[in-house]
Design a protein around this ligand. Structure first.
Ligand code: AMP
Ligand code: MG
Length: 358
């Protein structure tokens, strides 16, 4: 059945916008309520609060949909102080447009309801039905460092990404602003020149609009930059050396004749930045044999880049497969580039990584 996904897109963008109000409040607090997860990665009250608000909006509009979200509610059930801190944020965060807030279902009832909402993000994912993927704060390490981060939401239907939304509070609103080397450090969301929402619906192109606090601002179509000369291309990668092999990416850039140093920034802000032509190529090269990429780290960005004229594959040249569970278990790494040069980039990646060219 054909569908325009208009309601899903509107709810998703407003949900991301509301959650970003909360993350921005936490971003400006020197104490971010950070706790360590089982895998030793950090999580803040902002992650939990944003996840609760997004799931509340989905629950109000699409109660039968499944949800794969990054954070779990278990630690909060045994940590009342942390729960209360999050609840304080959640109960005091709302869009300042009454109709938009009402569309998202309004306020969460109480702290217990909030915990239940956070816990609803435990779907196993898979190839059947409607499943939302949420990363409430992607790039938590960047968020803590004062760099880039993103509030990420995507809808998959039968394993295929149909709607993708990224809220990037610390990126310039201006799609034409070139990427500077400092984009990933010492960033702020202050002033009206920062904060952008990227969105896409399958088959309908990709857009950007200013990240606001009420009704949605007007959007503009975005497209990747046509690369005329590979030597002048700019490529993005993680700030965290443990998330992507920076030595190999430097070799790949050299092989392609790229002379500019890589632009390092946290989160799916990388996907948004190349989709609007501020950068050109995003490389994510495995640093371990066992790590499986998480679907919430890629679903929205994958669609936004492809709808902006890009191609996204792993290092073997296969499309990212969101149908196999909570992780991209069938893929290794990520290569995102304008469709016309993706093959050339893939070849360079495979030569440097010593993979047989397909
Ligand atoms: P980025 O900001 O692009 O470096 O990506 C942040 C995401 O990297 C986090 O949300 C984690 O889920 C993910 N991550 C954690 N460990 C690894 C790893 N070893 N390799 C790749 N990604 C990772
Ligand atoms: Mg993440």
């Amino acid at each position: 059945m054909p569908s325009s996904y208009a309601k899903e897109l509107e709810v998703a963008q407003l949900a991301v916008q509301r959650a970003a109000i909360l993350t921005k409040r936490v971003f400006h607090n020197s104490a971010k309520g950070t706790v360590s997860k089982d895998d030793a990665s950090p999580v803040t009250v902002g992650d939990f609060g944003a996840q609760a608000l997004i799931i509340a909006a989905l629950q109000a509009n699409f109660p039968d949909d499944e949800i794969v979200a990054e954070e779990e509610s278990d630690t909060l059930r045994s940590n009342a102080a942390l729960r209360d801190q999050i609840w304080d944020l959640v109960r005091t965060t709302a869009l300042d447009d009454a109709a938009a807030e009402a569309l998202l279902g309004g306020a969460v009832k109480d702290a217990d309801a909030m915990l239940d909402l956070i816990g609803r993000g435990n779907s196993r994912g898979g190839a059947a039905g409607r499943i939302w993927a949420i990363d409430p704060i992607d790039g938590t390490k960047g968020f803590l460092r004062g760099g880039q981060y993103a509030v990420c939401l995507a809808l998959m239907v039968d394993g295929d990404v149909k709607v993708g939304v990224l809220g990037c509070p610390n990126l310039p609103v201006d799609d034409a602003a070139p990427l500077t080397a400092d984009i990933g450090t010492d960033q702020t969301d202050e002033g009206s020149s920062r904060g952008v929402i990227f969105s896409a619906v399958q088959g309908q192109g990709a857009s950007s609009r200013p990240l606001g606090t009420g009704a949605l601002a007007e959007g503009k179509r975005i497209a990747m930059k046509p690369i005329t000369e590979m030597a002048a291309a700019s490529f993005c990668e993680s700030v965290e050396a443990g998330h992507s092999n920076q030595g190999e990416s430097a070799q790949i850039a050299q092989k392609l004749g790229i002379t500019r140093p890589s632009v390092r920034m946290d989160s799916q802000a990388k996907y948004g930045s190349i989709a609007r032509g501020a950068g050109d190529i995003y490389l994510r090269l495995p640093t371990s044999k066992t790590y499986q990429e998480k679907i919430w780290d890629h679903a929205a960005g994958d669609l936004i880049v492809r709808e902006a004229g890009g191609q996204v594959t792993d290092t073997t040249g296969s499309r990212l497969d969101f149908s196999v569970g909570r992780t991209l278990a069938a893929n290794r790494g990520v290569i995102a580039a304008p469709a016309v040069v993706h093959g050339q980039v893939l070849k360079a990646v495979q030569e440097v990584l010593g993979l047989a060219s397909s």
